[in-house]
Design a binder for this molecule. Structure first.
Ligand code: ADP
Length: 633
């Protein structure tokens, strides 16, 4: 019962997946031949094309190896057909005494019997000669592209309508002109060239072509030396010598040099610059100059192969002989041999230049520059802001000073009685003393000692009156905010001196309890006195307004940690708790004639001194104002 239940519960999605798997399995098992047939019908470009590449000395022999590499890469890139490139190397060209070629011919014959390649591509003169010679036997009807053949080595007699030639020209005169242009003091050119039959051919050609140079330079031939010996000589060349790298396939000792090892080891030991006319040798060892460019040969060769594979008749494909390309120089070699860039021909290209710091670290430098730019922008912005703030601060201090001055005048109005009293007292005594002295002088024997005493009293009273006026002047002086080191006990005492008479007049007990030690703060004494005066006048108003039994204002100074405190307490009604937060606001007043600016100015002054001011009610009644200022010692 449970088994049946399971079958029924199989979901439709699971069934679909099973069908898909079966389908895939069938698709994999269907014979591939039928699929190919369908594809072949789709496009003629599915047809495989076979290209036989024949190398002259070996697959890794420079410069031809580089031509072959470039040609193959381009063929594969451009071909719309799938390509089968088969490479063979004609090793016989290496031997100083050519060996029998027939076994190689038979080997190729059996490889391609009945299925010749679509194109035969020979690279270098020996390979061209070989394919021309054995065409009839191997590939009688196959089109051939004979590339990288020096035009002097093209075997024109054996060319057929089925051949395309991509020839080059070794312009030795141009190569030597270049040497004498960049190093005009050159006396000797050591010719590095091997001993294979091809290389021997070139020795004669170079000699013939350079005849017009006459005795301008001496040529030294290394062709009959083993490469080891060449290296030794290259290390000890006389001054004003250069090395000319012709070709080094096989040296006089029969040793074969593949790749660029030989040139590299020569470069490592040579005490003179090396010149060549082949791009594959350029870049690391040679100075440079006009040279045969790999790309020029490769482009024409690939063009020829493509056109032949596309069905064009080889006879209709013709190319001009490839000449040296525009001169190129290796910057590192120019530096090493102190060759000035100004001596190079116009249109020269200088390669392998060491990147400048800017080129190497461009992004980093750009980042740093932008960070610096942003930073300097920020700094100048901040400086501007700071300047603006300074100006604003100066302006606000000036306003504060002006406001404080105006406020002092109003305070002085309140002090008139006090001042009058303070002045009246000494002036009154002066008058009395002067009158007494007059009376004494009228007598027959005036008491000189007493008169002297009276005059001393007059002088003392005069000084007292002058002191009152000095203090009044100093309070009313219109000064800018001026910070100095002050002793707070004295500053407060002086302020109290100005109002004590008022307190007396109003029958208020004004007491002062200074701190036992000096309190040094930084501040403007006039401004601080004004604050204290204001607070005392307010306190006196508070005790006077209400009909208080105790009419006291107690001023004291104390040290609290690093701060100096001035406390002004009174026995008035205190501040209504709802008003405690507002008393320092401008224009807050509970007095009919009040302006409500006194405490606002007081707070501004104290804050400008980096201090604080607070108002509270004492538990036993009356208000307490506390000023705190930072001490300097
Ligand atoms: P004004 O004296 O012109 O009113 P102030 O700014 O000096 O201006 O004072 C603001 C208000 O603070 C006063 O009107 C008063 O209500 C209150 N006040 C200041 N000092 C005292 C004090 N010692 N006791 C009670 N109230 C006070």
């Amino acid at each position: 019962m449970s088994g049946r239940m399971t079958i029924v519960s199989v979901r439709p999605r699971v069934v679909a997946t099973a069908w898909l798997c079966l389908g895939l399995l069938l698709a994999v098992c269907i014979p591939s031949g039928s699929a190919d047939a369908v594809q072949l019908g789709e496009s003629r470009y599915r047809e495989l094309k076979r290209v036989l590449v024949l190398h002259s000395f070996g697959r890794e022999f420079r410069p031809w190896s580089e031509y072959a590499r470039s040609i193959k890469a381009e063929l594969e890139r451009q071909s719309p057909w799938p390509l089968d490139i088969q490479e063979h190397a004609l090793l016989t060209a290496r031997f100083n005494n050519p060996g029998p070629e027939l076994p190689f011919v038979e080997y190729l014959g059996s490889l391609y019997q009945g299925a010749p390649p679509d194109v035969v591509l020979s690279i270098g003169a020996p390979a061209a000669r070989f394919v021309q010679r054995y065409r009839g036997k191997l590939f009688p009807d196959t089109p051939m592209v004979l590339t990288a053949v020096e035009q002097r080595l093209v075997n024109r007699g054996d060319l057929t309508d089925n051949d395309v030639v991509v020839s080059v020209r070794n312009d030795f005169m141009a190569a030597f002109d270049n040497i004498l242009r960049v190093l005009p003091d050159t006396k000797t050119v050591a010719m590095v060239i091997g001993a294979s039959p091809l290389e021997k051919f070139w020795i004669d050609e170079v000699k013939r072509e350079l005849k017009p140079l006459g005795d301008r330079v001496g040529l030294v031939w290394y062709s009959d030396l083993a490469f080891e010996e060449i290296l030794k000589r290259a290390a000890k060349l006389p001054p004003n010598s250069v090395l000319f790298w012709g070709l080094m396939s096989v040296d006089a000792a029969g040793i074969v040099y593949e790749g660029d090892i030989a040139l590299r080891s020569l470069h490592a030991v040579a005490n003179a610059p090396i010149f060549s006319y082949q791009e594959p040798f350029f870049g690391g060892s040679t100075v440079g100059g006009p040279m045969l460019l790999t790309e020029d040969t490769s482009r024409k060769t690939v063009d020829a192969v493509m056109r032949i594979l596309g069905g064009e008749k080889p006879a209709s494909i013709k190319y001009e002989t490839i000449e040296f390309g525009p001169p190129r120089y290796d910057w590192r070699e120019l530096q090493r041999w102190s060759i000035s860039e100004s001596s190079l021909p116009a249109g020269s290209e200088i390669m392998f230049r060491d990147p400048t710091t800017w080129e190497t670290y461009r992004w980093q430098l750009l980042m740093i520059a932008s960070v610096i730019l942003v930073q300097s922008g920020l700094i100048s912005g901040l400086l501007h802001e700071r300047r603006r703030r300074r100006v604003a601060e100066v302006e606000s201090r000036q306003r504060l000073a002006e406001l404080a001055h105006a406020n002092r005048y109003s305070a002085v109005g309140e002090l008139t009685t006090s001042i009058a009293h303070e002045l009246n007292q000494p002036l009154g005594s002066i008058l009395t003393n002067a009158e007494t002295a007059e009376l004494l002088l009228k007598g027959t024997s005036p008491d000189i000692d007493e008169i002297r005493q009276i005059l001393a009293d007059i002088r003392r009273d005069d000084q007292r009156a002058s002191e009152v006026i000095r203090r009044l002047r100093s309070v009313l002086r219109k000064t800018p905010f001026e910070v100095m080191d002050i002793e707070l006990n004295d500053t407060v005492r002086e302020a109290i001196g100005l109002v004590s008479a008022v307190a007396d007049g109003r029958r208020i007990a004004l007491a002062y309890m200074p701190a036992s030690a000096d309190l040094h703060v930084k501040g403007d004494p006039v401004q601080l006195q004004q604050v204290v005066l204001n607070l005392i006048i307010n306190a006196m108003d508070a005790v006077a307004d209400a009909d208080m039994k105790k009419r006291e204002v107690n001023v004291s100074t104390v040290r609290a940690g690093n701060q100096a405190e001035i406390r002004i307490a009174d026995t008035g009604p205190g501040i209504a708790s709802a008003d405690l937060g507002s008393v320092f606001n401008p224009f807050f007043t509970t007095k009919p004639q009040g302006m409500g600016m006194g405490l606002a100015i007081a707070r501004t002054i104290i804050e400008a001194h980096h201090g604080s001011i607070a108002a509270e009610n004492q538990p036993w009644g009356g208000a307490l104002f506390t000023i705190r200022l930072p001490m300097i010692r």
